[in-house]
Design a binder for this molecule. Structure first.
Ligand code: TYD
Length: 136
């Protein structure tokens, strides 16, 4: 499977009107899984690198509901950088994809949805271990 099949840029419809914007994401509709976990990251800045792990089971959708950040994905062979820069945009990340989030704007609020509850045991935090699990 090549890296382009391991992540997907998502574009959400805006149901807003003259009162303002309204973006809806529903599990199994705009989000390609049933949502079990939501967390959000804010107060990071452009000196911080977060993530730096892969997940055995968790898939994610990342949405910068405010501000901007970048996500670097790495499948052990290739990397891609996705800039999250509008609240209507998300990126889906498959399981077993190495990821780093960085270059957070001061006002960044990065919303993360996942198909799994938190389980520290399914986080692969060593890059060498990630490559080994991929069979590289
Ligand atoms: P970490 O995985 O380092 O966050 P990120 O990858 O977004 O930089 O998590 C930081 C801490 O929070 C770590 O002790 C694990 C804990 N944590 C949970 O308990 N539940 C969660 O859903 C997440 C994402 C983290």
């Amino acid at each position: 499977m090549n890296i382009e099949e391991r992540y997907k840029i998502l574009s959400f419809p805006d149901l807003g009107d003259e009162r303002g914007n309204l973006v809806v994401v529903e599990g199994g509709i705009q989000i390609p899984f049933d949502i079990k976990r939501i967390f959000y990251i804010y107060g990071s800045d452009d000196t911080v690198v977060r993530g730096q792990h892969a997940n055995l089971r968790s898939e994610f959708v990342l949405i910068n509901v405010a501000g901007t950040s970048k996500v670097k994905v790495d499948d052990g062979k290739e990397t891609r950088v996705i800039e999250l820069n509008q609240p209507r945009m998300g990126v889906y990340l498959s399981k077993m994809l190495w990821k780093e989030m960085y270059d957070f704007s001061a006002d960044s609020v990065l919303l993360v949805l996942s198909n799994e509850h938190y389980d520290a045991g399914e986080y692969v935090r060593e890059y060498d271990e990630y490559l080994r699990l991929l069979g590289h």
